[in-house]
Ligand binder design. Structure first.
Ligand code: BG6
Length: 478
């Protein structure tokens, strides 16, 4: 089987915030990788925009630096960088005033029907003025798309305000809200596994599934983003978006079609069906380690912000009633791991003592490191010596089927999807609002509570209370 790279239509892409961290680490490297993969036609144009005064040449030097730092040297030739850079120009624009907007208008050929994408990799406080200017200078055509990133609000009212701002000038069909977790290979594979096979669907419910665990653990700390993170915390930074999206893909009903709105309708139903979480079913933690603690990293000795969350959620619908979903995420933990575990119910009656009376099948869906899926099943231990059973991992990682194709990064996939106009892997405004509404209630309870985050040591699995969340239910984290 050979993986196919289908070129997208030539496009004009304007990256606002072109000198920022996201452009450096993700957007430019992703564009370059897709370019060398042959997916971006040479006639496409990329315009970097920021407040800085840089010439095209100076920005090109910067772009080469981004590629040098974030794309392994052995995957490209030097002349590919030169060719890529010839598609890129730079413009200094003031998002709050008129400087640079006329020049931005003249970047576009009014007669061209090219897809026009505005990637707003800018502070949320600038989105309003930037979209108004795009509108004022008549830069929004029917073929225009706008890409926005987290944070998509910090609570329900601010998320609504952001949605209103965008919808004043863009149609919902033009708005691409990125959650990079949706761009991960395994996430798409999860949809294939669930909806392209007859095998799992009959088991995918409260008759057969005991519980679900979603873990997104990071070894890194707040990593120089102290100020941002102290305002946000793990609940808003990770649970409201990444973990919530994973939960939706596990729990959603099969959509009628593989179509962006059909899928997003089903995800929305899940979010709306998640019950409010009881305070006692949440654990928040903050990492400590002498002078290297969270409070020191965020430069706030009184910080009550959580760098770790674990919680138990329930979905009130026929499929999932009674099945707990345990969610956990944290920084400065023992290992970097993003994993979903679907634990099936124990056998009704076990006739094989080797497997233990409570033997349970497990499906482990790993997003990172090493994306893949493993189904844990009971099999006979091969060889002579009678009938002995073992729990064997059935590896369902099929990357090798695609031949020598390098894994594609989430941002590469998502940026190409914006060019194709495919919103399947992007969040719709109502989904984002529903997720905030659920999170806001938890945050409110936390803020009212006398008890702040529980301390945990750097390099462990979070506070012991997070283990208890499961042990009290007779379960344990994978
Ligand atoms: C981002 C968060 O959205 O996701 C970061 O803001 C976090 O705090 C990151 O580190 C994790 O992404 P990944 O793909 O490395 O798991």
């Amino acid at each position: 089987m050979v993986s196919k790279t289908i070129p997208v239509q030539p496009f004009d892409l304007v990256v606002f915030g072109a000198t920022g961290d996201l452009a450096k680490r993700k957007i430019i490297p992703a564009l370059f990788r897709r370019y060398i993969a042959g997916q971006i036609p040479d006639t496409s144009r990329i315009l970097g925009v920021s407040r800085q005064n840089l010439s095209n040449e100076e920005y090109n030097v910067m772009v080469k630096g981004f590629i040098n730092e974030f794309v392994p040297a052995d995957v490209y030739e030097k002349n590919e960088v030169t060719r890529f850079c010839s598609m890129i120009a730079f413009l200094s624009v003031d998002l709050k005033a008129d400087k640079g907007w006329k020049e931005l208008s003249s970047f576009f050929d009014a007669k061209s029907n090219n897809i026009r994408t505005f990637y707003l990799s800018i502070s949320p406080s600038l989105i309003d003025s930037c979209s108004k200017k795009l509108n004022e200078y008549n830069l929004i055509t029917l073929n225009t798309r706008v890409v926005v990133e987290k944070p998509l609000g910090t609570d329900l009212p601010s998320a609504k305000m952001l949605n209103d701002t965008l919808r004043k000038v863009f149609d919902e069909k033009q708005i691409f809200r990125i959650d990079h977790y949706l761009g991960k290979e395994t996430v798409q594979n999860l949809m294939a596994l669930r909806f392209a096979n007859v095998l799992l669907e009959p088991l995918w419910n409260n008759n057969y599934i005991d519980h679900v665990q979603i873990t997104v653990a990071e070894t890194g700390d707040v990593n120089g983003r102290g100020e941002y993170y102290d305002d946000v915390g793990a609940m808003r930074d990770m649970v409201q978006n990444h973990l919530m999206q994973l939960l939706c893909l596990i729990a959603m009903e099969p959509p009628a079609h593989f179509d962006a709105d059909d899928i997003r309708n089903e995800k929305l139903k899940v979010i709306r069906a998640i019950q409010p979480v009881d305070l006692k079913d949440t654990v928040r933690g903050q990492y400590v380690n002498g002078d290297n603690s969270f409070k020191f990293h965020v430069n706030n000795t009184n910080s009550k912000t959580e760098s770790f969350v674990a919680l138990k959620a329930h979905i009130s619908n026929w499929r999932w009633a009674g099945v707990p979903f345990y969610l956990r995420t944290g920084k400065a933990m023992s290992k970097k791991l993003s994993e979903i575990v679907i634990e099936f119910k124990p056998l009704a009656h076990s006739i094989f003592p080797d497997l233990g009376e409570n033997y349970q099948n497990k499906l482990v869906i790993r997003l990172q490191p090493e994306e893949g899926m493993t189904l844990h099943i009971g099999v006979k231990e091969p060889g002579p010596g009678g009938m002995r059973l073992i729990n064997a991992p059935l590896d369902m990682t099929f990357a090798q089927l695609a031949g020598q194709v390098d894994a594609i990064e989430a941002y590469e996939r998502l940026i190409m999807d914006t060019c194709r106009g495919d919103q399947t892997l992007f969040m719709r405004g109502d989904e984002v609002e529903a997720a905030w509404s659920w999170v806001d209630k938890i945050m409110l309870d936390w803020n009212k509570s006398e008890i702040g985050p529980i301390e945990y040591n750097i390099g462990c699995n979070g506070p012991a209370e997070a283990e208890e969340l499961l042990t009290q239910d007779g379960r344990s984290w994978q």
